[in-house]
Design a protein around this ligand. Structure first.
Ligand SMILES: Nc1ncnc2c1ncn2[C@@H]1O[C@H](COP(=O)(O)OP(=O)(O)OP(=O)(O)O)[C@@H](O)[C@H]1O
Ligand SMILES: [Mg+2]
Length: 1113
């Protein structure tokens, strides 16, 4: 729905009185009688209006079909609206309750009553979902809401069942407190449950089913899960499942099973908990399949035995109970009295009783555990003060063919609720009149307190009788209980029994002997007395509870705390009846502290069918619910009431004085209004805060007037609105025009001003320029004048100065000339005077003195200019005077000699020897051999080869015992081809030796005396020939032609050693061509200038037999 549409709808529907079908509030029904009441309901029902008010009570008729009136849009529509503002709806009641809880801090309770199938549970869910939709938002709040809402499917699965009246009948009572904080956000909740109809677990009436969960598991669980629970999918396998109505139309058990599991997860059940819960459910289902057979014993008594132990075994595996323990518990019963223990065997009937008792107990305890567990989850987490809204959905009033203890209890509960309804509505009504100061006359109605008393009276009540009977020693049966009732209650108006002392019913054949009948507020119900004592006792043999406690299954163990042998309590537990009575009493007390809101559910037909309205059935319900009385009570005083403010607000347009605004108090306004409309005085009454209208007609008249007036007003409003709209539009245009004009003017003026300003600046700048130029011109003129004067003055001063200078110069010249002439004259005179003194020896003395001074000066200068002491330093200061030329040279020579001497004096003997050798070499080779200069810098080492140290030459060393002067590797030139071979060259004091370089074997040994000559070239090569004395021993092979890098040293040493040994000078021939004797032949060695092809190494080539050519680069 679009927003506009929604708005339109809201505007139209501003009262429950608008577009009404029948009347929305029964209080306004005219005339008021049973027929009109039913017809009104029917009319509304036929138009799908299932809700109708009686004042603030909501009547809800079960439509048995889904209506589109619970959508989120509807929620929004009813949200924050006054109760009577929109057509009757359960949401209006929910909203009213929630808002007075939130805004007025009043705890609320919503009491939903009606018979089974009337729609209580649905109504309670609608209330909860509405409240959830309108209360606070946010992740945390949403989780709380979700948990509260999801508790419903879980409890319904375990606590609801299909009955003949209702496919989803609640078989337990439920009261749920929803807790809110001061803002109205939900905090959590508490659920209380009342007496589950557990007999349904083991037996269901014809056409009914066991609790939904059994069917849901079997249909919805996966194969795997069923296998785990040791169950089979087939319903017919289980004795506890009534077969004739195992499937319910329109109910998908499998889908519901998934919903339940999901809900359990949301509510907060852990996986293992869910698993345990289903294990217990499976165990209950399987218990029904245990069967017993009789077995005679020696003492003649029958003993029961389990027929087929397989099922028992599986149950024990599922629940972790020792099989023998459970088996024993089904066969024996131990009675403990004081210190004694007596064990008796069970017969087959007793065994079945024990089995069923266990199944019922297991299931009902599991159900209570579920409620406790859900409470744990939905418990409010904070300890702040809470506001509470209680929603009561309890099983409805029931009349079956066979009514037993359960129906008795259920109907008792409904009696109590009716009681509280009567008390609270009447009390509230009465209190309102008193509060408002209005006169009120009492209305007769049926008060069911008397029926409540029949049931719950502490001395003579039926429940008290039953308890007494159960606790009485001796044989107690249901019949003895009925007898007792017959005695005690015989005179009670609402108790009927064939055998009672009162003979009224002696002939009433409709009342069997084993029954009693109670006239409930909702009709007569006949109860079968059979089973009352047992069900009230609710006994479970101790052996069974102990067996359960021993189970290795934490949930089952927790369900049977009394089975713990350490906590044996011999006291009887309270009976089911007294327990229920106590919890109902607590509930009533609780409800009385809260503000009640009623939803009275009505069932339109018995067939669960839509669109069918059974007048008789509805009539019956209206009667017993006392709805007509309710209307009458409501109308006895005044049919309609409303606070002054909303009343004035609604009808103020009907009077000129109150329209459109009333300045005074609201009450005075309403008075003025009613006077103006001339409403008869007996038709209304003024309360303290409300106006009370006696007759609905008055209200309708007011409504009609209002409708008429509203139409006029609408036209008026439209007119005014149009005028206002045009005017505001015009004013806006006008205002805009002024704004635009003012902006434009401002803009134009700004432009004009800027233009004037810039013109003024231009004019100003021209004038300033002109003025400045004029001034500049004047200044320039003045400056030039000043400069001209200065120049003229300067010229004038210059001329004068030059004239003066000329004059002074002239004067000075003249003075100088005089002085010179004078000096000449004086000089002439002095020279003439002193010439006779000088003439003898003054000239010679001056000369000597001058010479002496010059010499002195020369030597002093020389002292400072001395060159370094290095003998090779060539520097020598320049000669200062020509006449000292020879002295200067001599001095240089002496200084050189002196510094050479100084240099020599530093030498050691070793060095001296070396220098002697070097000197020798210089004398022999300087300027003769080109190799010489390179040798000057080389120190003469002699023993280049360290023969003594190299083990290779040990033999050679041993052969030579003299001191070795030269040991060096030389190249021996082969005369055949000119190629060189390495040889060790040794020079000792007496001999020259050549030895093989590799082996060290001596090749030749020549005494120094046999060496006649050494030849070499003048060039830069190391070739030399050692010539031997002809005819000597060594000369057989001829002369040696050798080459060495140390030629100069070798030749020098050879020369010196020969000289010292033979006292003869060795002939050293330096020539570029010499002859060498090889054996008999003489070969000429010729040195030529060679190319630099092979680097700097000289190459030797044999040219022919007689010529070896050495190319020196
Ligand atoms: N407002 C409603 N709209 C549509 N269907 C409804 C409505 N109220 C009830 N019903 C139908 O009626 C059936 C019975 O309603 P519900 O279970 O609420 O009855 P009840 O009063 O709680 O009965 P019991 O006392 O047996 O629990 C529901 O299952 C549903 O099909
Ligand atoms: Mg219900």
């Amino acid at each position: 729905m679009g927003n506009e549409e929604k708005m339109a709808k809201m505007e139209v529907k501003t009262s429950l009185l608008d577009n009404m079908i029948g009347v929305g509030d029964m209080v306004l029904l005219e005339p008021l009688n049973e027929d009109s009441f039913i017809n009104n309901l029917k009319k509304r029902f036929d138009h799908s209006e299932v809700y109708t008010y009686i004042g603030s009570v909501v009547i809800s008729i079960n439509p048995y079909r889904s209506l589109p009136i619970y959508t989120p849009e509807k929620v929004e529509e009813y949200r924050n609206r006054n109760f009577y503002e929109l057509s009757p709806h359960i949401f209006a009641l929910s909203d009213e309750a929630y808002r007075s809880l939130r805004d007025q801090d009043k705890d609320q309770c919503i009491l939903i009553t009606g018979e089974s199938g009337a729609g209580k549970t649905e109504a309670s869910k609608l209330v909860m979902s509405y409240v959830a939709a309108v209360c606070g938002k946010g992740a945390e709040v949403n989780q709380v809401k979700e948990q509260l809402l999801q508790s419903n499917p879980v409890l319904e699965a375990f606590g609801n069942a299909k009955t003949v009246r209702n496919d989803n009948s609640s078989r337990f009572g439920k009261y749920m407190d929803i807790e809110f904080d001061f803002k109205g956000d939900p905090l959590g909740g508490v659920i209380s449950n009342y007496l589950l109809e557990k007999s349904r677990v083991v037996k269901q009436p014809r056409g009914e089913r066991n609790f939904h969960i059994f069917y849901q598991i079997l249909s919805g669980a996966s194969e795997d899960f069923l296998c785990k629970l040791k169950l089979e999918r087939d319903f017919s396998r289980y004795n506890y499942l009534g077969l004739d109505s195992a499937k319910v139309n329109g109910v998908d058990d499998a889908a519901n099973f998934r919903t339940v599991r999901n809900a359990m997860q949301i509510v907060g059940f852990m996986d293992h908990e869910t698993q345990s819960v289903f294990e217990v459910v499976a165990a209950v289902l399987k218990l029904g399949n245990i069967e017993f057979k009789p077995e005679s014993r020696v003492n003649g008594l029958d003993e029961s035995k389990i027929k087929d132990k397989n099922e028992l075994k599986e149950i024990c595996e599922l629940t972790g109970i020792d099989q023998s323990v459970l088996e024993r518990a089904f066969s024996f019963r131990t009675v403990e009295a004081k210190q004694e223990k007596v064990s008796t065997t069970l017969n087959v009937a007793q065994a079945y009783y024990a089995r069923d008792a266990l199944a019922k107990n297991l299931y009902s305890r599991l159900f209570s555990w579920l409620v406790t567990r859900i409470n744990e989850s939905i418990k409010a987490q904070t300890k702040v003060r809470k506001k509470v809204m209680g929603v009561l959905d309890i099983y409805g009033f029931e009349i079956f063919e066979d009514n037993s203890f359960e129906q008795f209890i259920i109907n008792y509960c409904n009696e109590k609720l009716q009681q509280i309804f009567i008390e609270l509505t009447l009390k509230e009504e009465q209190e309102e009149y008193i509060r408002e100061g209005i006169e009120w006359t009492h209305i007769e109605y049926f008060n069911n307190a008397i029926i409540c008393d029949l049931i719950e009276n502490n001395q003579t009540g039926i429940l008290a009788m039953l308890d007494e009977e159960c606790l009485r020693p001796g044989t107690v049966t249901d019949d003895t209980f009925l007898e007792k009732l017959n005695q005690v209650c015989a005179t009670h108006q609402h108790f009927e029994s064939r055998m009672s002392k009162c003979s009224r019913f002696l002939n009433d054949t409709s009342l069997p002997h084993s029954c009693f009948r109670i006239q409930h507020y909702a009709g007569k119900v006949m109860y079968q007395v059979e089973g009352f004592v047992d069900k009230n006792n609710d006994l479970l043999y101790r052996d069974l509870s102990q067996a359960m406690w021993k189970a290795n299954h934490s949930l089952i163990k927790a369900l049977f705390p009394e089975g713990n042998p350490a906590k044996i309590n011999l006291k009887r537990p309270p009976t089911a009846g007294s327990q229920f009575k106590a919890s109902v009493a607590t509930l009533m007390k609780n409800l009385q502290t809260k503000n009640p809101n009623y939803i009275r559910c009505i069932k339109p037909n018995d067939k669960k069918a839509a669109h069918v309205f059974n007048d008789a059935l509805v009539c019956h319900q209206i009667r017993y619910l006392g709805l007509l009385e309710n209307v009458r009570v409501r109308r006895a005083g005044y049919a309609f009431r409303q606070a002054y403010e909303p009343c004035l607000e609604r009808y103020k347009m009907l009077c000129k004085q109150t329209w459109p605004h009333w300045r005074g108090p609201a009450r005075a306004g309403v008075e003025v209004l009613f006077n103006e409309l001339e409403i008869p005085e007996e038709e209304f009454s003024f309360g303290r805060s409300k106006i009370f209208i006696r007759n609905p007609r008055t209200l309708f008249k007011l409504e009609d007037l209002r409708k008429q007036r509203l139409e006029d007003l609408a036209t008026l409003i439209e007119k005014i609105y149009r005028g206002w709209k045009c005017r505001t539009h015009f004013l806006l245009m006008k205002k805009s025009q002024i704004v635009i004009a003012s902006w434009y003017r401002r803009y134009a003026q700004q432009k004009k001003y800027q233009k004037i300003k810039s013109s003024a600046i231009i004019v100003q700048s021209y004038i300033r320029g002109w003025k400045a130029r004029k001034l500049l011109r004047e200044l320039k003129h003045q400056k030039r004048c000043n400069e001209a004067a200065t120049v003229i003055a300067a010229y004038w001063h210059g001329t004068q100065a030059r004239r003066e200078l000329k004059r002074l110069k002239e004067e000075a010249r003249r003075k100088h000339a005089v002085a010179v002439i004078w000096a000449y004259w004086l000089g002439l005179k002095v020279r003439r005077e002193y010439r006779k003194f000088f003439r003898a020896n003054a000239g010679r003395k001056i000369y000597e003195f001058t010479l002496q001074r010059l010499m002195q000066k020369y030597f002093l200068e020389m002292k400072n200019k001395m060159p370094s002491l290095s003998p090779i330093d060539k520097n020598w200061p320049a000669r200062p005077y020509l006449f000292l030329d020879s002295t200067h040279k001599e001095l240089k020579r002496i200084f050189h000699l002196w510094r050479c001497k100084k240099y020599r004096d530093q030498f050691t003997d070793q060095q001296k020897l070396i220098y002697e050798e070097k000197l020798e070499a210089s004398e022999l080779f300087k300027d003769k051999k080109a190799l010489y200069p390179a040798s000057v810098g080389q120190p003469f080492q002699g023993a280049y080869l360290e023969i003594s140290k190299n083990p290779k030459y040990k033999k050679l060393k041993d052969a030579v015992d003299e001191k070795i002067i030269i040991a060096e590797v030389v190249n021996k030139i082969n005369r055949a081809n000119g190629k060189a071979t390495s040889r060790i060259f040794l020079l000792t004091k007496n001999n020259v030796l050549l030895a093989d370089q590799k082996s060290g074997n001596i090749k030749s040994e020549v005494p120094l005396g046999d060496v006649t000559k050494v030849s070499m070239s003048s060039q830069n090569d190391g070739f030399f020939a050692v010539h031997l004395k002809e005819g000597s021993g060594a000369a057989g092979k001829g002369d040696f032609l050798l080459s060495s890098d140390h030629l100069i040293e070798m030749a020098t040493k050879l020369y010196r050693t020969t000289l010292s040994q033979t006292k003869q000078k060795l002939n050293i021939e330096i020539s570029d061509e010499f002859l060498v004797q090889f054996r008999q032949d003489k070969v000429c060695v010729k040195f030529i200038q060679g190319s630099q092809k092979n680097g700097n190494i000289p190459t030797c080539k044999r040219k022919n037999n007689r010529l070896l050519e050495v190319a020196v680069p």
